[in-house]
Design a protein around this ligand. Structure first.
Ligand code: PHE
Ligand code: ZN
Length: 849
């Protein structure tokens, strides 16, 4: 256990810093174990602040020298930073500190990866580089000089003077320290240019390790598409002469939006058909867009404090989702997002880690880069847009950029912009930011004399620290269908504001069939006792593609739950309806693939939990497996035709059309494998000329248990490609039979290529283990123990990734007594570790509470 009680930070305690920063000049003399950082910072008293304590954050720094206006000073130093007496008018602070990037395994601050220097400062990493007011509301221009003998030296802003052994950079846009970045290494660039709509030419570059230069073209195109899209859709232009992206192998997260110098986990930027799947391509495109869009939503307008994280993240996720919809199709993107939301955000929001989209307290901010802040944060913006309408949304965004450019803002600022632009009162809407938990929406209907009435009730179960919930504004998109399938009421958005509320539709000739929560218009759990016939009708006729998919999903869920609970047979009528959909060649292949993939095992566990039933992972696995077998046998005659139809004959392109065909092919191959014991999968594996086909075939072989040969030939082929080997490590654990998962994971930790200090490799093994639902929840607790052992090991080196992965245990309370006790013991073992990091201590403490 920790010796000192950890400090908790509260939103309500906000006060501005006592000093403004007028300008920052940094000089880095790079060396692996003794880098010197010289800073020269102009401070001036902040007239808006009453507390004039001069406190600079600083952690793990060796102070060599400090001076104020040229005279040496001796500050008072603690493990968190320093205080010092300072003049009461503008002054120049200078410091020289020494740091050891080669020893930095936490990957925060300045660290090294394969001989390359790189930084990660969000949220609070800059304080590991030098003494500074490391808080997002302190913004300044930066000038940086880097000295080393490495060929490529990069920082934020525009390039300045460069000579033998040094490079200078100047960023004219005031920014908080978390957006600072520096990179130095032996890198090769993939260059291009973009001309903004006002005619500025921007030099673009993607910097990678030698050998990776053939994997940059796709990312570059995605960058240019993003730049154009932000001009066209949001009127936002790029604002520097240069935009650099760097790929780094050791990175805790996906990517980082540092001003003019985005740093990417190499898995989120490097792409080629031979080594990346269609899903990788789509994700890379989205992340490049996301980081680029931050240039306005995050960088030009930033957050006042870390409680406001959703101000930039929710909005930027919303924007990247709009971009992907435009690039690849709206319905499929929406369905993917809702699947993810239910898989990751719903469990979080309904368990011990539940927190508001804008949290009000934290111990370690790194623990709040969550699905709630990001994905629910984006859902909240989607609801706002739906409520005010597209034109008002556009007007409000223009006002936001206009009013707040160059500022560090709050959610209040954001909502005020919408109130001013629309005249609407958003006080009740704001509850979406302050109340945690997933609302439940139940609905009943009635029909009389041509009037159809829908009555909704909303309630939100209590969450940690929030026992009572007030009703929220819920936008409920509804359409009505007539008995012949014609739409008699096109989509309207009902605005629910009360705990219980009715909405009437007049002038209907007969009782309609309602299509409720179209497009998943609010992140809620919808409870409706709908008959199977009505759902089947929606599956056949709904004009809203999301709800048509949802009807199928509901039917699949209902059948699976009956199979799990009562050992029922799969629902015949549903399977017939689904058969019509998957063989309907007028439908998009992507959409048909989504129809074929039923709810995952963890989604079923989540649904059972929402129904108040203890999920049994083995029963869930058995039912899912049985349903797959039923489908395979039932559709045996269709499978070869579907496989042929989904075969792409043109050269590989990572676009949504081809990706859809391959996704359909993968779903069909999974069924075919059940019938031919892997013959088709093996054939595909042997002839595949792209990673999507190769990996989907290998996944089928792993699932069938007949995989040794294919796994070793795959490893032999790809042993030198780090990112492909991450897939190899991950997929064989994720897809294997449940009783083999823990042993496989354990064996793979003994593999010579298991580099556990690399977050991608660690996650490949343990993220995949936690995703193999029945395998993770093996009744004897083998997976729990293995994960706990490794989290204890990793915590010393990398607290951030350790803490994040503790969430594998977040659902522990919903399982049976045996599993629960074993998970609790595993968590307590982590908690009891000597010198546990603040990150992990907070996570485990919250999960156990
Ligand atoms: N701000 C990054 C993003 O959303 C995520 C991130 C957070 C990366 C913290 C690194 C560290 O794009
Ligand atoms: Zn982001």
């Amino acid at each position: 256990m920790k010796d000192a009680a950890p400090q908790t930070f509260y939103l309500s305690d906000y006060t501005p810093f006592g000093y403004e920063v007028r300008d920052v000049a940094l000089r880095f003399v790079l060396s692996p174990s003794a880098t010197r950082v010289h800073s020269r910072i102009t401070f001036a008293p902040n007239p808006a602040a009453s507390d004039k304590t001069f406190f600079l954050h600083g952690e793990q720094l060796k102070l060599i020298r400090a001076a104020i206006n040229g005279a040496e000073v001796t500050p008072n130093i603690t493990p968190e930073g320093l205080t010092c007496d300072v003049p009461d008018s503008e002054f120049v602070w200078e410091a020289e500190v020494e740091i050891a990037p080669a020893e930095n395994t936490a990957l925060e601050g300045l660290y090294m990866s394969n001989g390359m220097y790189c930084t990660q400062c969000e949220a609070e990493g800059f304080r590991k580089i030098t003494y500074y007011p490391d808080r997002p509301d302190v913004m300044s221009t930066f000038t940086v000089r880097i000295e080393s003998d490495l060929p490529i030296m990069l920082s934020n802003g525009n390039p300045g003077e460069t000579g033998a052994g040094y490079a200078e950079w100047h960023d004219p846009w005031p920014k908080p320290a978390y957006l600072f970045a520096l990179v130095a290494g032996d890198l090769v660039g993939h260059a291009d240019t973009f001309t903004t709509k006002s005619g500025n030419q921007v030099d673009l570059n993607i910097w990678v390790r030698p050998g990776d230069e053939d994997k940059c073209a796709f990312g570059m195109q995605a960058l240019k598409d993003s730049m154009k899209w932000d001009e066209d859709v949001y009127g936002r232009e790029y604002d520097l002469n240069t935009f650099n992206i760097v790929a780094v192998d050791d990175f805790n997260m996906g990517a980082m939006e540092n001003k003019g110098l985005n740093i990417f986990n190499s898995s989120c930027v490097l792409a080629s058909p031979a080594t990346s799947t269609d899903a990788n391509f789509e994700r890379i495109e989205a992340i490049i867009a996301h980081e680029y869009f931050h240039n306005w939503t995050g960088n030009r307008i930033t957050c006042r404090d870390w409680f406001q994280l959703c101000l930039k993240e929710g909005l930027t996720v919303f924007r990247d989702a709009q971009f992907t919809s435009d690039m690849r199709g709206e319905a499929v993107k929406r369905i993917h997002d809702v699947i993810e939301l239910r898989a990751r955000q719903f469990p979080e929001d309904q368990g011990p880690l539940s927190h508001p989209v804008r949290p009000e307290q934290f111990q370690e901010i790194n623990n709040f880069y969550t699905a709630t802040v990001y994905e629910k944060g984006a859902e909240v913006i989607g609801m706002l847009k739906r409520l005010v309408g597209d034109d008002a949304y556009a007007k409000a965004l223009d006002l936001y950029f206009d009013r707040h450019d160059g500022q560090a803002c709050t959610i209040e600022d954001w909502l005020t912009v919408f109130e001013d632009a629309t005249g609407r009162d958003l006080a009740q809407f704001k509850r979406w930011y302050s109340q945690s938990g997933t609302p439940r929406l139940s609905v009943t209907d009635s029909y009389q004399d041509g009037t159809y009435t829908l009555t909704f009730k909303q309630s939100t179960p209590p969450t940690p620290g929030q026992m009572v919930k007030d009703p929220k504004v819920i936008p409920i998109a509804v359409g009505l269908l007539g008995p012949n399938g014609d739409e008699v009421q096109p989509t309207v958005t009902l605005e629910m504001t009360d705990a219980e509320q009715s909405f009437a539709f007049d002038g209907l000739g007969s009782k309609p069939i309602p299509s409720i929560l179209r497009g998943f218009s609010a992140p809620v759990v919808l409870d409706r006792d709908t008959s199977a016939e009505e759902r089947a009708f929606l599956l056949a006729h709904d004009t809203d593609p999301f709800n048509r998919w949802e009807a199928n999903r509901e039917l699949a869920r209902t059948t699976l739950i009956a199979m799990i609970r009562d050992d029922a047979a799969p629902d015949e009528a549903w399977l017939e309806g689904l058969e019509r959909v998957i063989t309907d060649t007028t439908l998009d292949a992507n959409y048909r693939a989504l129809m074929m993939s039923g709810p995952s095992q963890s989604e079923l566990a989540q649904t059972l939990h929402e129904m108040g039933i203890t999920p049994d992972p083995d029963a869930i696995w058995t039912a899912s497996d049985r349903l797959g077998q039923t489908m395979a046998e039932r559709w045996e005659a269709h499978l070869p035709g579907l496989l042929a139809e989904s075969t792409v004959t043109e050269a590989y392109r990572p676009d949504s059309h081809q990706a859809g065909q391959r996704a359909l092919g993968a779903a069909v191959l999974a069924l075919q494998t059940r019938l031919d014991r892997g013959a088709s999968a093996r054939a595909q594996f042997e002839t595949a000329d792209n990673m999507t086909l190769q990996l989907s075939a290998l996944t089928c072989l792993v699932r069938s248990g007949n995989d040794e040969e294919a796994l070793s030939s795959f490893a032999a082929q790809w042993k030198d490609d780090r990112l492909v080997m991450d897939k190899w490590f991950g997929m064989q654990i994720a897809a294997t039979l449940p009783d083999r998962a823990a042993d496989r994971a354990k064996a793979l930790t003994e593999h010579p290529a298991f580099d556990w200090k690399n977050p991608n490799r660690f996650r490949a093994v343990f993220g995949s283990l936690s995703m193999n639902h029945a395998g993770f929840h093996r009744a004897d607790g083998a997976s729990y123990d293995l994960l706990a052992d490794w989290l204890i090991t990793l915590d010393d080196k990398n607290p951030q990734t350790t803490a994040r992965m503790c969430s594998a245990f977040q659902t522990w309370k919903r399982y049976d007594a045996g599993r629960k006790a074993k998970m609790q013991a595993a968590l307590e073992r982590i908690q009891g570790k000597d010198g546990l990091s603040r990150d992990t201590a907070e996570m485990v403490g919250r999960i156990l509470s």
